[in-house]
Design a protein around this ligand. Sequence first.
Ligand SMILES: Cc1ncc(COP(=O)(O)O)c(C=O)c1O
Length: 652
Amino acid sequence: MKKPYKIIKIGGNELSSPEFIRGLSSAIKEEQKKYACILVHGGGRAIDQLMEKLQIEPHYRDGQRITDKATLEIAEMVLSGKINKELVFELTVIGVEAIGLSGVDRKLLQVEPWGQEMHLVGRIVKVREDLLAEYCAQGVIPVISPISIGPAGKYNVNADHAAGMIAGALKAEEVVFITDVPGVLVDDNVIVQLFDIEVQALIQKSTIQGGMIPKVNAALDALNYGAKSAKITNLAGFKKQSGTTIIRKGKIMAQKNNTQEIIKKEKEYVLSTYPRLPFVLTRGKGSFLFDSEGNQYLDFGAGIAVNALGHCDEEVVNAIQQQAQTLSHVSNLYYTAPHVELAEKLCQLSFADKVFFSNSGTEAIEASLKFARKYGRAKFGEGKTKLVAFSNGFHGRTFGALSITAREKYQAPFKPLVPDVEIVPFNDIAAAQQAIDDSTCAVIVEVVQGEGGVNLAAQEFLQALRTLCTQHAALLIVDEIQTGFGRTGKLWAHQHFDIQPDMMTLAKALGGGLPVGATLMTNDVAEPIVAGDHGSTFGGGPVAASAALVILQRTQDPDMLAHVQKISAYLCSELNALNLPQVVGIRSLGLMVGIELNVDAKPFYEKAHEYGILLLTAGSNVLRLLPPLTITKAEVDQFTLAFKKLLMEKTI
Ligand SMILES: Cc1ncc(COP(=O)(O)O)c(C=O)c1O
């Protein structure tokens, strides 16, 4: 059977090391088992060295060598006369059949002039793919020096361009650009996936520059002319041991710069319950998000405390991919393994004995309220139905959760709400004593109020609630939807306060970006709950549960929790050191940070993206930071610098 084509482009800088050439040759020998390989090489460094000896100064434009007659002669000598021969020799020595060719041989690569200012640089207009196919059919690897033929004789052709065009002409399975970096880098991070729409913007912003420009453009040429995939990587990546940038042609490509169109359509078709910021996010990696115009944002909101491990964490993505292609959904009528394992681990790592799975924070709350009412009724009879919650709390938007979220703005349009709810001032022990009585079935509290302003509960307050609940046989529910999974530097925030709840609600970070919620409880609470009392079609589905297993494993890691505590201290000290006039105080527990201002917080939230950062508000005068737990010191430095500029903005 005919093997698919793989075009391998190797740059000039790498070729100066004999070990590299040997490593490359043996990697190609491996590839040749599955693919019909074609090797295209450059010769950059060797050409420069020879030019230097001959005292000719090299000139470049957009990563391409401007080539006059003398430069062309040198390039041909180095490319066709030296490097090509060495590569063929190394392959031959290890038993691979290879033939050295230049683009001139049998008019393999035919060009037109690239443009006057580039002199004798050619743009390929035709590739003799029939010749290449012939060699490949015989099991011979063509090794191609990109000196080509055109209207004025010989031309110098950028080797990336040649590889891209050859890959396109042969409709290659893959073209790989091997270079000395592991892919396209943004702040030392490899961009794992790049769409063409992003490429031009990244070039304009100089994020992609120099020799990387012809590579990404050549990758796009290859895809446009019919190659199936394009990669930029180093030798280790080629041997599949490290990062790689895959360049894709996707739906997004056809839409071109469609930011305004998407925003317009959103307003037309999506119910407007969210005031969104004016850009369209297309990609995320680690602590960074990227929009459709190639802008980059340091994400200190983490999807409102969801992306604990940053964006597109490899382990999370793998877990999702694996499970999605094995079994994605069956409903809760049947047994599946992932949610069972997840429940077991959640119980092992908390006070709880049983778990109920749902799909969001508000659903985790609904479940907790229903279970509390059933518990009260079953164990103590009718009348034990009162729910106690606190001022400035936030528990969600569905009716039960909304009823215990004491914000007039959220509640007023939807009244009447769930009855028998009493709201008590947060951190007010005397008021709690008044409210909690024998008719109370549950008290629900956030140990750090997130939406309400990053308000920390006092240790005495939480301990008083525990005592009052025990005295009155009421359940203590901690809402750890925002604070859970290491956010505060302990796996569960209530562990800072030395209290034992009866129930705990979780969501947000749990699913690694997939929607999943969980309500954890003791056996005592679970006892009266029977089949049919509550349910959810999707709750704890295999894909979300598989992602959650990774999240739990990584966030319970003592090293991760220690990192959160350390980096939180650093972040807060750096923020304090800014001495900004609008900042009244900074409250924090781990990577839940509230910056209280003496002015309205919203304008800063709305402008932050112009400074390359994303953050959140909490209440009217608090800016809230919830970066990924994996945030680095360098990223904190980058953030504080931009944050300072944002707060010094004159127009706010
Ligand atoms: C403490 C707390 N509880 C509940 C919720 C509601 O979660 P969801 O938006 O997933 O319904 C939130 C959301 O911000 C929250 O912070």
